[in-house]
Design a protein around this ligand. Sequence first.
Ligand SMILES: NC(=O)c1ccc[n+]([C@@H]2O[C@H](COP(=O)([O-])OP(=O)(O)OC[C@H]3O[C@@H](n4cnc5c(N)ncnc54)[C@H](O)[C@@H]3O)[C@@H](O)[C@H]2O)c1
Ligand SMILES: Nc1ncnc2c1ncn2[C@@H]1O[C@H](COP(=O)(O)OP(=O)(O)OP(=O)(O)O)[C@@H](O)[C@H]1O
Length: 528
Amino acid sequence: MKQSPMSSSNHTSNGNASVLPLENGFSDSLSLLNSEKAVEELSQQPLLHGIDDHLIEFAEALRTVAKALRQAAEGKASAQAEAAEWKRKYELERSRNLHLERKVSSEEHLIEDGRVVPLTNQTVLSDGTPEQSERCCGEHGICSHEVLRDGERDCDARVVPNKMIRKASFKLSWCCKGEKSDQKKHDVVSFEKGNITTAERSSKQISLKWESPPQTVLILTKPNSTAVRMLCSEMVRWLKEQKSLNIFVEPRVRTELLTDSSYYQFVQTWENDNEVLRLHTKVDVVVTLGGDGTVLWAANMFKGPVPPVVPFSLGSLGFMTPFYSEHYKEYLDSILRGPISITLRHRLQCHVIRDAAKSDLETEEPILVLNEVTIDRGISSFLSNLECYCDNSFVTCVQGDGLILSTTSGSTAYSLAAGGSMVHPQVPGILFTPICPHSLSFRPLILPEHVTIRVQVPFNSRGHAWASFDGKDRKKLAPGDALVCSMAPWPVPTACQSDSTSDFLRSIHEGLHWNLRKTQSFDGPRET
Ligand SMILES: NC(=O)c1ccc[n+]([C@@H]2O[C@H](COP(=O)([O-])OP(=O)(O)OC[C@H]3O[C@@H](n4cnc5c(N)ncnc54)[C@H](O)[C@@H]3O)[C@@H](O)[C@H]2O)c1
Ligand SMILES: Nc1ncnc2c1ncn2[C@@H]1O[C@H](COP(=O)(O)OP(=O)(O)OP(=O)(O)O)[C@@H](O)[C@H]1O
């Protein structure tokens, strides 16, 4: 339809306030009305001889279309008129406020050395009007940090315009489990002038740059695999001869290497658990050869800080193993040079507190998990009954097969199988996923990383519960026992093949064939 020459005007020819210009591709209502009139005129002209029924039908159709368009335009016109009315009211209110503002600030002067000085920190322009120094949102915007002025209302609800309201100032502080810590204050959030702004992201792609060259590598391997064993001996030789590195392996692997050849005498190992506890002080890089289970194994060896882990894929799935073993030389070459993109995989720290314990501090050795801790009914045939608390607030009572408390790295493992969401490993959070809950309304939760979760086996529970850690180390929980779980201070830094996000997406595509569907054919019904 042709645009009416008057379509950009806000007024009709009879001077009535009408329709504002339309911005959605329609012509304005006036042109629609004109079209309808034209159709009307056309249809009322006497039929010329020879014009057949088609023309009548055509005119009827045009009239219907024009009528529909007119109705649409009228609807839009009334909405726009209403908007215009609101805008007018807003402008009126705004100019009244500005007027009051000027009045108040002119009353707020004090005499200093015989000069008139404004009380506020506003600059006064040459004409005496105060300059709006914080007008950052454009002419019609209201910013939260602007000083808002308002009036008190008298008993007849009339505005008495003399009271000035300022935004209250405040301070933010950070605390976790009762302890105050302002360390992150200016890293992540700023709160200058009463405005809270996220200055930085709390989690980012992390890059590791060596400040001195790595010297010692620990190689951990999946047992009972010929392919892994062959690759391990080849890699040890290359790292020694080409990179002159110190090499540590597990006692089992050293024995295997020496069975193959006495050449491997230089390979180091440990003799007892105490030496394992001190490994992080000697090892610069950990290489894993296996699947996800080997990465879990490596994480489990470090009860405190973990050196960067380079996971090579020699398993079937490999969500945490982005490196292809065929290209190990190129990968290791670039990793030893740095910088490396890493994913900081958070771990959960779990404590079992027995009923007999006098306080929550009396716990068994903490256990760190990279994937999850599972509390289930084990071999018991009874429904498990678990009372759950988050920072001492009651969450729910899980009645079903059990509960999974998972890290975001573990979100693609058991938690996924139990219906939990898949979460990017760099997202800080704890997944709370029930296993076969006997309830129609239970849904998995994701809780923030700073909380402490307590799972209590109630005294009235019919059976025991069993806790397992990354699928291992089962511990029996009797009625009255509890498991307390929070984020551990030592994450597992795993090297990325490209970056944390690309590696995560590639693993869910390749590992799970996530959302793989044949593309719908072009051939078929289509919108016209
Ligand atoms: N129903 C289930 O899905 C189920 C049941 C029990 C245990 N698990 C998982 O197995 C893990 C132990 O792994 P394992 O290799 O020692 O035992 P495993 O040899 O029995 O392998 C379990 C499978 O889980 C995969 N897996 C492990 N961690 C993963 C992760 N973060 N993301 C995606 N997949 C992952 C492994 O690749 C493997 O295919 C447990 O932590 C638990 O998450 C899953
Ligand atoms: N160094 C190790 N010593 C003892 N056991 C290990 C070691 N590395 C891995 N395992 C165990 O071996 C099992 C299998 O390991 P992993 O998951 O790495 O291989 P996979 O099962 O072939 O891989 P995928 O799960 O991808 O198919 C796991 O239960 C894991 O705990």
